[in-house]
Design a protein around this ligand. Structure first.
Ligand code: PLP
Length: 465
């Protein structure tokens, strides 16, 4: 019996059930991955006990010899893995991707400066200046106008839209990919102090050189947020903005597979300001247990096997996209260059929320997502987002992607008959459906062929309850 089970059976049972869920279902959320036992051991270590406010060799508390060593090693590994130019520096202390972005703004902008980021329904992130327009008529009129610029909605839901003026660029309404001429025009008109690329649901590569030119022309800093693609950049399977953008931020827990946290890269000169923005500007003590995980994960990312992993992530996403296309699913931007696929469901009987619920009933875990030209609200959007980082870590390949697309098509066909039902009745039908139960069982059998490196003992205890 695990010691957690003895000391706190309630928490042990919750963790056991979560292990069981992760093992028995397909995780297709592109921002999720699972970490090696070595990363998890480091994250669960005594490093979490130590306060280390400050920077290497200059801490406010004593006893930081090991933390200094760990942070130096993490920085050295980050420099190697991301092939940093000699005059660039690294910060590994931001607690999350959103905090990393806030630190960059705090370091380089003044209040009410203009931020220019990507429009959230087209794939941008909340921390790039998002404000929502709650009035559906205003949203529809905006889409109907075909304009590629968004000046913000009345609900300033993110701190970044409260602190700064914001203008956002949309993708091209025809291609649903970046229209660089239009981005240049918007930048010329609004003269942002910071231009941002990157996001949560944009499936195509970004021309970082072109964006840097646009930013330079208007005197803006260029922040490339590669939270999603970090692992693919590390493995050089997609282009890198390092050395091109002024600042690069990333999360460590998605494609990079290095436990939770964030890394910031910039020239040594800008990094002096960014370090001060992290502390004392924004945070207290860094999370040294997460830093230990990041350090181990960076060590893993430096191995040749990681490059093969990243190549397979992309190949799997492309196969999944191709198979879904054969099943008549409409793909935003016509497919993918990386780890994620965005489906526009407006031609199908179920939209994002209900399709995601139906898939979950069949053991396929995804998330509903907005799509370009979205007029629906964020709680019930028109699209579905999928990603391959997790299932690729698990060892799945092309045949499994084909199978997943076929299951998704089947789930759509089964659940379509309940599309007009209110949500609670729709969920009841899903829960009772023998077809969905059968698919969930097939999914479970597939997943069992790819065991996750978890504590089988905890899982066994959870399932025997
Ligand atoms: C592009 C982008 N930036 C920032 C973040 C925020 O990261 P975190 O959830 O660690 O705050 C995310 C998270 O999904 C993201 O996709």
């Amino acid at each position: 019996m695990s010691s957690l089970k003895k000391t706190d059976p309630d928490v042990a049972a919750i963790i056991g059930r979560e292990e069981e869920r992760q093992q028995s279902t397909l995780s297709l959320i592109p921002s999720e991955n699972f970490f090696s036992p070595a990363v998890r051991e480091a994250v669960g270590s005594v490093m979490s006990h130590k306060y280390s406010e400050g920077n290497i060799g200059k801490r406010y508390y004593e006893g930081n010899e090991q933390v200094d060593e760990l942070e130096s090693l993490a920085i050295a590994r980050a420099k190697e893995v991301f092939m940093l130019p000699a005059d660039w520096e690294v910060n590994v202390q931001a607690l999350s991707g959103s905090n990393a972005n806030l630190a960059v703004y705090l370091a380089l902008l003044k209040r009410d400066d203009m931020l220019m980021g990507m429009y959230l329904p087209d794939g941008g992130h909340l921390s790039h200046g998002w404000s929502f327009e709650p009035d559906p008529e205003i949203r529809s009129a905006d889409v109907a106008s075909g304009r590629m610029v968004y000046l913000g909605g009345s609900r300033k839901v993110n701190i970044t839209s409260r602190m700064f003026k914001v203008v956002q660029y949309k993708t091209d309404p025809k291609t649903r990919i970046f229209n660089y001429n239009e981005i240049a025009k918007i930048a010329a008109e609004y003269k942002p102090r910071m231009l941002i690329t990157g996001g949560t649901a944009y499936p195509r590569n970004i021309d970082y050189v072109r964006i840097k030119e646009i930013a330079k022309k208007v005197g803006a800093f260029y922040l490339a947020d590669i939270a999603h693609e970090a692992g693919l950049v590390a493995a050089a399977v997609v282009p890198s903005p390092i050395g091109i953008a002024d600042v690069v931020t990333m999360t460590t827990h998605k494609t990079l597979r290095a436990g939770r946290g964030a890394i910031i890269f910039s020239s040594a000169e800008l990094m002096k300001k960014i370090n001060r923005a992290i502390l004392p500007g924004l945070q207290g003590g860094p999370h040294n247990h997460n830093l230990a995980g990041i350090c181990v994960g960076l060590g893993e990312a430096a191995q040749p096997s990681f490059r093969r992993y990243a190549q397979t992530v992309v190949a799997n996403a492309q196969r999944l996209a191709g198979e879904l296309w054969k099943h008549d699913f409409e793909l935003v931007a016509g497919g993918t260059d990386k780890h994620l696929v965005l489906i526009d469901l407006h031609t199908k009987p179920l939209l994002g929320r209900s399709f995601a619920r139906a898939l979950a009933a069949a053991g396929i875990v995804t998330n509903a997502n907005s799509v370009p030209q979205e007029i629906r609200g964020p709680a019930d959007p028109s699209g579905l987002r999928l990603g391959t980082p997790w299932v690729t870590t698990q060892g799945m390949g092309q045949p499994e992607m084909t199978k997943i697309a076929a299951w998704m098509n089947e789930v759509m066909a089964v659940a379509a008959q309940w599309s007009e039902l209110p949500a609670a009745e729709f969920d009841d039908q899903l829960a009772q459906s023998p077809e969905l139960k059968r698919i969930a069982m097939e999914v479970r059998v597939l997943c069992e062929k790819y065991p996750l490196p978890f504590t089988a003992e905890v899982r066994a205890e959870a399932t025997s309850e």
